[in-house]
Ligand binder design. Structure first.
Ligand SMILES: Nc1nc2c(ncn2[C@@H]2O[C@H](COP(=O)(O)O[C@H]3[C@@H](O)[C@H](n4cnc5c(=O)[nH]c(N)nc54)O[C@@H]3COP(=O)(O)O)[C@@H](O)[C@H]2O)c(=O)[nH]1
Length: 706
């Protein structure tokens, strides 16, 4: 019986999946096949001649030498009967592997045998490591993780999930995963998610959830089905990333790309997109649409006189008012500068577009406080209609712009619908510009000369050169027709230069031939005045013509003096330093005061024609002229009154101590040949040696208009 049992134990020993060995007095004396296999197919004899400590690396993972630790383990087994512990062994090929060791002490005669069982725990260790790693990832990741069963009951969450939603782990375990829905998505949205999960086992996308605090926030969610080894779905996992920050950045980028940073209105890009889309919709629904092109009148003046930051405030106020005047579904955009557009969709008839434009005008043309200034904005509106005027973005915008120009030319503060004739007007402008270019290349622009007369002596003491265009087909073209376009197109610089060159040569010749001192006044345009090359160009021209700097008077308008005071002063200082004289033209029509102008190196001012025209019949105008002359005299500024058309006006101006005059009474602007005759004719000395009777009595004047 004992033999049978012994055989059975032998069989168990031999066939055990775990390695089994017997150690007798520190040496292996028996082992099963599993042991040899575990050690890398070692032979029995090899094993028996090896000390147990030699089957291990020199040190165990806790840093203790394997030999010392093995003895310690054995002592503990002998002491306690058995001892279980983990060990690292080494195969004959040198690779280490972890085992769980069970040492059992078997007393035999005078000594103790040790029964050793090694269980390879490589896989267990790996699993433990993986588990430890995934727990670490789950605990430390900043992405929220939720695991649910197949009924969507939450069975695990990580700390990031709790932090994200503001709940504790206990508050969410066991709840349905949909408990944090924001209410922002409809049933269709969730249906699409579940359809994707059913079909592909996953879904990912942006979704809005609700925190415990009630705050709704955007997340990027990745949902996955987790299957068991048989392929059966067992869990759902959800990975949550808070994308609030990213959303904000996206919004900011969108804002930058599509919105005007100043007025917060859609910009040109978004306007084009919206108009394109609105046209598509209108085409499909067979509806009408109106496009309003709005431009502020005289905005440049506000910008220049009050500064850009105040100009900006004005644009913001105007943008807000336009928006208030239209429906929320209509697009109000800022195209840049002082230009705005409005798209009116769902238009029933043209009349409505006119009504909207009138409403905008009414809303906008109201006083607005810009800092300490109360200003009334002015604007012109052009309207184009779809499908009547055009079918695409480009045509409609161009036509509304043309209509706006028309409104502006008609005095502003009004609106005009586009008409085909405007298109023709604009083509005419293009032809004119082209013609002007040719004219400049072919010396068709010449100065005409108008005398400036000294009221005390009656002599011509100066001359103003005024541009005229000898057009080969149209004959004589006046400046009002070409100067604005020359300004707009930039041709004014060449034109101004040509007029100055010709006038300098001509006036110098007159002075030389007739030994007569004359000043030459020429107009400077805003564009010329702002040119960096101005001083250099003018000096070059004067030197070429041998014209004395002191005899040249550059006429600039008040509006050119506004704005960047430092830049203006610098330009004027440079001109002044060369000896050139500077005059303010059309004085009284702008908003500057003499006290403002005294900060600049000016020599004279020309009282605008509008004051002189009404000098004798308008008490207010008269008072203004009087004040200008006496203040200018006090400031040692030369005064020229322009637009004198009658002897009475001239006499009255003389009485007011105005020294110089210019006007049709003396002569209209003349071509050089005719002016020369005027200059050399003895009879052309104007006699203002008035008798007492000639003087105009203020009572007399008052009676003229009573
Ligand atoms: N930048 C440049 N601007 C120029 C140049 N040449 C002219 N201009 C500008 O065009 C404006 C109109 O000029 P014009 O038609 O020549 O008119 C001048 C005179 O003819 C007119 N005037 C003079 N006296 C009288 C008068 O008694 N009655 C009356 N009805 N008109 C009169 O006034 C104009 C002179 O204006 P000003 O320059 O303000 O002295 C002209 O105003 C310029 O702005 C050029 O070369 N460059």
């Amino acid at each position: 019986m004992a033999e049978v049992l012994q055989d059975q134990y032998r069989v168990l020993f031999e066939h055990s999946a775990d390695a089994m060995l017997i150690i007798d007095e520190g040496r292996f004396v028996d082992c099963n096949d599993a042991t040899l296999k575990m050690l890398g197919d070692m032979s029995r004899s090899e094993l028996f001649s090896t000390h147990p400590s030699q089957l291990s690396p020199s040190f165990q993972p806790d840093g203790v030498p394997s030999f010392d630790k093995a003895n310690e383990m054995i002592s503990m087994a002998i002491e306690n009967g058995s001892h279980r512990f983990e060990w690292v062994h080494r195969k004959i090929d040198g690779t280490d592997f972890p085992v769980e060791v069970l040492l059992t002490a078997i007393p035999a005669d005078d000594r103790t045998l040790l029964h050793v069982v090694w269980r390879d725990i490589t896989q267990r260790k790996k699993t433990e490591e993986e588990l430890r790693l995934s727990t670490y990832v789950m605990e430390s990741t900043s992405e929220g993780i939720v695991v649910t069963d197949m009924d969507l009951k939450i069975i695990e969450v990580n700390p990031a999930y709790c932090k994200l939603l503001g709940y504790t782990r206990d508050e969410v375990i066991g709840r349905n995963a949909g408990f944090a829905k924001s209410g922002r998505h409809d049933a269709e949205f969730y249906k699409a998610i579940w359809h994707s999960i059913d079909m592909t086992g996953q879904w990912q996308g942006e979704i809005w959830d609700r925190k415990k605090s009630g705050e709704v926030f955007p997340i990027y969610l990745r949902l996955n089905v987790v299957r068991d080894v048989t392929g059966q779905p067992r869990f759902y996992t959800g990975l949550f990333s808070d994308i609030s920050h990213q959303k904000k950045t996206e919004e900011q980028l969108e804002e930058l790309a599509f919105y005007d940073p100043l007025t917060k209105l859609p910009n040109r890009t978004l306007f084009h997109q919206r108009l394109r889309q609105d046209l598509k919709n209108c085409r499909r629904a067979k509806k009408k649409l109106a496009l309003l092109f709005i431009d502020l009148d005289r905005f440049k003046y506000i910008n220049d006189s009050l500064g850009h930051s105040r100009g900006d405030l004005m644009l913001v106020a105007v943008g807000g008012r336009i928006q208030q005047a239209v429906r929320s579904m209509d697009t109000v955009a800022r195209m840049g500068g002082d230009e705005f557009t409005v798209i009116i969709t769902d238009l029933t008839d043209e009349f409505t577009a006119g009504e909207v434009a009138a409403k905008i005008l009414k809303e906008v043309i109201q006083p607005v406080w810009i800092g300490e200034h109360e200003i009334i904005p002015h604007m012109s509106i052009g309207i184009s209609l779809f499908p009547k005027d055009g079918e695409n973005v480009e045509d409609l915008t161009r036509y509304a712009d043309m209509a706006m120009y028309h409104a502006k030319n008609e005095g502003g503060d009004n609106f005009y619908f586009f008409r085909e004739s405007m298109n023709k007007e604009s083509q005419k402008r293009l032809v004119l510009e082209n013609d002007m270019n040719n004219g400049l290349c072919n010396a068709q622009f010449v100065p005409y000369y108008q005398p400036i007369v000294d009221l005390r002596s009656g002599w011509i003491v100066g001359v103003e050169a005024l541009a005229r265009w000898h057009h080969p087909d149209r004959g004589l073209v006046m400046p009002d027709e070409f100067i604005p376009l020359a300004e707009e197109s930039g041709l004014i610089t060449t034109l101004g230069q040509q007029i100055l060159q010709q006038a300098c040569l001509q006036v110098k010749q007159w002075m030389d031939q007739h030994s007569q001192e004359l000043t030459l006044a020429v107009n400077l345009s805003g564009r010329q005045f702002n040119s960096k090359e101005l001083v250099q160009d003018i000096q070059g021209t004067l030197e070429e013509a041998g014209f004395s700097h002191g005899n040249l008077i550059l006429e600039i308008t008040e509006s050119m003096m506004m704005g960047h005071v430092d830049r203006v002063r610098n330009q004027l200082d440079q001109l002044h330093a060369t000896g050139i004289k500077l005059a303010i033209d059309d004085f009284g029509t702008g908003y500057s005061s003499l006290s403002y102008l005294q900060h600049f190196p000016l020599n004279s001012l020309k009282i605008d024609r509008s004051f002189v025209t009404h000098l004798l019949n308008d008490r207010n105008k008269r008072a203004i002229v009087k004040a200008i002359i006496s203040m200018a005299n006090a400031m040692d500024l030369d005064v020229v009154a322009e637009g004198v058309e009658s002897r009475e006006q001239a006499l009255y101006l003389k009485q007011l101590d105005c020294k110089k005059v210019q006007g049709y009474y003396f002569s209209k602007p003349l071509p050089a040949i005719q002016f020369e005759k005027l200059l050399t004719n003895e009879n052309s000395r104007f006699n203002f040696n008035c008798t007492d009777n000639d003087f105009v009595d203020s009572d007399q004047i008052n009676s003229l208009f009573q």
